[in-house]
Design a binder for this molecule. Structure first.
Ligand SMILES: Nc1ncnc2c1ncn2[C@@H]1O[C@H](COP(=O)(O)OP(=O)(O)OP(=O)(O)O)[C@@H](O)[C@H]1O
Length: 271
């Protein structure tokens, strides 16, 4: 059940589609790490990679090259139960599998059935949607209880997010809110308030630009496990806590005061 932008975990599992419209916003990074963060808070979570052409989720979760994947299931060649793997923090992962051959044979229409089958195994099911508004994205959003849209603080990302939001409203799926990812002092074309005003949905979290994200991905370990104190990991933990209504105090590293700032403070203290 979704109340406002929090998830009330009941016996019925909650399905959240994570989409963005534009590619490369950090959707897969958020989907994978949010799943692990929710598991760290004790929730039984599954994450499914509906991006059957790119299949990046398995890299982040350290489950690359599994023999049976979602592509096999959608091609009618395997049972969904054989495509579920246990990932970090006990998160159930359904990898997409990289194979052009399998991708060609996959039938996205089967996705709805697949989602129903996983739904009963967990409390929260997260779907990492492909970029754009293809069949998989439409099925994922219409089957989900709620949508989280991932945006970057750039005009092009926001305009694509608006399309996803409009479609979600038409499909009658609730919108939990937006996560603004890759926010840095230099790149902030748009502030969070402006993004909220344009999208007309609440911003449920802001994830900073953080080099630890790429480093963790290169090691095939989720960021929230490999660099739990990094700024992006802390932001994702905060979002997960907010979603399930748990208190979480983010560890924010205080910047060391610069010599100039200490010097100026000293001058005023001396007056
Ligand atoms: N907060 C961040 N700070 C720094 N790098 C990031 C951040 N979020 C994501 N990235 C990097 O950006 C790239 C794209 O991220 P990711 O694959 O999660 O995006 P995506 O939206 O799922 O892409 P696609 O739609 O193409 O599958 C990756 O190299 C990832 O490591």
């Amino acid at each position: 059940m979704i109340i406002g932008n929090t998830l009330k975990v009941t016996l019925m599992a909650i399905t959240i589609a994570i989409a963005s419209g534009k590619g490369g916003t950090g959707k897969t990074t958020i989907a994978a790490n949010l799943a692990v963060a929710l598991a760290k808070f004790g929730k039984k979570v599954a994450v499914l990679d509906a991006d059957i052409a790119m299949a990046n989720l398995e890299l982040i979760m350290g489950l690359e090259g599994k023999p049976i994947t979602l592509n096999d299931v959608l091609a009618g060649k395997a049972d969904i139960r054989d495509a579920i793997y246990e990932g970090p923090e006990g998160v159930l992962v359904i990898p997409a599998g990289i194979s052009l051959e399998k991708f060609r044979r996959a039938k996205p229409e089967k996705l709805e059935e697949v989602l129903k089958a996983i739904h009963d195994l967990v409390e929260i099911l997260i779907i990492d949607c492909p970029a754009g508004i293809g069949k998989e994205t439409l099925i994922a959003i219409s089957s989900a209880d709620g949508l989280i849209v991932v945006v970057n603080p750039e005009i092009s990302s926001i305009s694509d997010a608006l399309k996803i939001i409009a479609i979600t409203k038409r499909l009658g799926t609730e919108i939990l809110g937006a996560i603004v990812n890759r926010v840095s002092n230099e790149s902030t074309e748009l502030g969070v308030k402006a993004i909220e005003t344009i999208l007309e949905v609440p911003v449920i979290g802001v994830v900073p630009e953080d080099p630890h994200v790429r480093k963790a991905a290169a090691f095939g370990t989720p960021l929230v496990i490999m660099y739990p104190d990094s700024p992006a990991a802390q932001a994702i933990m905060e979002i997960a806590a907010k979603l399930i209504g748990v208190k979480y105090e983010a560890k924010v590293k205080k910047k060391k005061e610069s010599f100039i700032s200490r010097f100026i403070k000293g001058l005023f203290r001396g007056r």
